[in-house]
Design a protein around this ligand. Structure first.
Ligand code: NAD
Length: 453
């Protein structure tokens, strides 16, 4: 069966109204939660096979996150599905005004390989909670997780209204040509622009969750040891293949050496003297991805201060710290999607802000400081999809805040109520009484007193 046929079948199922009831939505969310509970080990094994991600990391950064999202959605779906009564202006009386949260229809979710469970299932959960039918297209690059999702989802969720289609770019385009009602894309900015163009040509609405060079700035009053520990964790989680990982660090020149030393110490304490034998250190997804990152490192004129060991055949790149990195260095030319951490001294907050403003819009910005005035100076001057103060990554680990980019790092957001909003159309419904017929007051002919010239 072609991907377009699958999409058309799902559109037909949506048109029957089957996905709209709150009971259906809640049963799908319960099914997805059950899938995760029943098959935690199986999913973790697939993540290990694709990325060398161990069970602890798989739970903390993927399965546990989706669970939290599903639990939030199960609590709030029923009230979201109810129309919301709002005020009616006097001029429209007598009437009732409602905002209905209509499902978008058939949603195409396209996900990447780096957090394939979280970034596939979290949008899926949001879309079904809002009453949509869904086609999920996982990344074809993480083959183990792709086949686990294709195998398990039909066993736990409505197999007619929720389908998994496997394959690469061809099936994406085939399905967009078949006109889903909404496209939710997570991936690179380059492909995001291709998706946006394909959607725009057909006037399909979409969300883009993209990447970018998310910077960190460590001010001279930061708690250096805590900053180092947290930055090492955020950068080298998933071997640096994290959309919101700190891409590089700007650090106040007065503490640059101390921070660099603390980061090297932390790498050793989190991953041991040889990360290649650490059971906690993941691998690059493919030889090609490892080679791309290794090439970027080789092309850099910076100094490898720590790490630098590469074994592309084993998908291995050691946690690597690079100093003496100029603005036009190869490592600064695009997002580093791997475990290479440039550390760049700056003269202070203003210098950091100036450099950040020359980057494309980042998905995240991380500020390490103990001072209110530094926060007040820096935050209004920096564009970013989200901000972590004294912590990386965790701004997305909550259903109470939107997760999304800005400009080149994405359009739109999700998580919690923002998922329900993204996957719903807010439809205005005005219900006007027929008597008294006050609309006559604005009908032609214009009354004599209006005296139009
Ligand atoms: P990618 O853009 O190469 O692929 C993402 C999806 O798009 C996959 O399902 C793939 O099959 C499909 N695809 C690839 N090329 C396509 C094309 N030409 N036409 C149509 N579809 C195509 O991204 P990736 O390599 O899987 O993931 C890494 C990127 O994703 C990084 O840039 C990272 O920053 C970004 N990312 C963003 C987020 C976020 O939440 N904002 C999360 C994870 C990753």
């Amino acid at each position: 069966m072609t991907a377009a046929t699958t999409l058309n079948q799902v559109k037909h199922v949506y048109s029957t109204g089957r996905t709209r009831s709150v009971a259906w939505r809640l049963s799908q969310l319960a099914g997805l939660q059950q899938l995760l509970e029943d098959h935690t080990d199986y999913i973790e094994a697939a993540l290990y096979q694709d990325l060398g991600k161990n069970g602890f990391e798989a739970w903390v950064s993927e399965i546990g996150q989706v669970m939290a999202e599903i639990k939030w959605l199960r609590k709030h779906t029923a009230s979201w599905a109810k129309p919301q009564r709002v005020r009616t202006p006097l001029a429209l009386w007598p009437a009732k005004s409602m905002i209905e949260h209509e499902p978008r229809g058939t949603v195409l979710v396209i996900s990447p390989w780096n957090y394939p469970v979280m970034l596939g299932l979290s949008p899926l959960a949001g879309a079904v909670a809002a009453g949509n039918a869904v086609v999920l297209k996982p990344s074809e690059i993480g083959t183990a997780v792709e086949s686990v999702l294709a195998e398990l989802i039909p066993q736990y969720m409505d197999p007619h209204a929720i389908r998994v289609v496997t394959g690469g770019p061809d099936v994406v385009h085939e399905m967009i040509e078949a006109k889903p009602d909404y496209v939710f894309f997570t991936g690179s900015s380059k492909v995001g622009s291709i998706i946006a163009t394909a959607c725009a040509e057909r006037l399909i609405e979409y969300t883009l969750e993209l990447g970018g060079q998310s910077p960190a700035y460590v001010h001279d009053d930061a708690d250096i040891d805590t900053a180092a520990a947290r930055l090492v964790w955020g950068k080298f989680l998933n071997a640096g293949q994290t959309c919101v990982a700190p891409n590089h660090i700007y650090v106040h020149e007065d503490i640059a050496d101390r921070l660099t030393g603390a980061i090297v110490d932390e790498i050793q304490s989190q991953y041991g003297a040889d990360p290649a034998i650490s059971r906690d250190y993941p691998r690059m997804i493919t030889v090609e991805h490892a080679t791309t990152v290794a090439d970027q490192l080789n092309a850099s004129a910076g100094t490898i201060t720590h790490g630098g060991t590469v074994n592309t055949a084993q998908h291995y790149i050691a946690p690597t710290v690079v100093t003496d990195v100029a603005d036009d260095d190869a490592l600064m030319s695009s997002e580093i999607f791997g475990p290479i951490l440039p550390i760049i001294p700056v003269t202070g907050a203003q210098d950091a802000v100036d450099r950040i403003s020359r980057l494309e819009d980042p998905l995240a910005f991380y500020l390490f400081t103990e001072s209110r005035s530094v926060k007040d100076y820096v935050l209004p001057r920096v564009v970013a999809g989200g901000v972590g103060i004294n912590v990386p990554l965790m701004q997305l680990a909550t259903p109470h805040m939107p997760f999304g980019g800005v400009g080149t790092s994405g359009h739109g957001s999700y998580h919690g109520v923002w998922s329900l909003r993204t996957f719903s159309q807010e439809r205005a419904v005005l219900d006007k009484a027929t008597t008294p017929d006050t609309l006559r007051l604005v009908m032609h002919p214009a009354p004599a007193w209006a005296n139009w010239a």
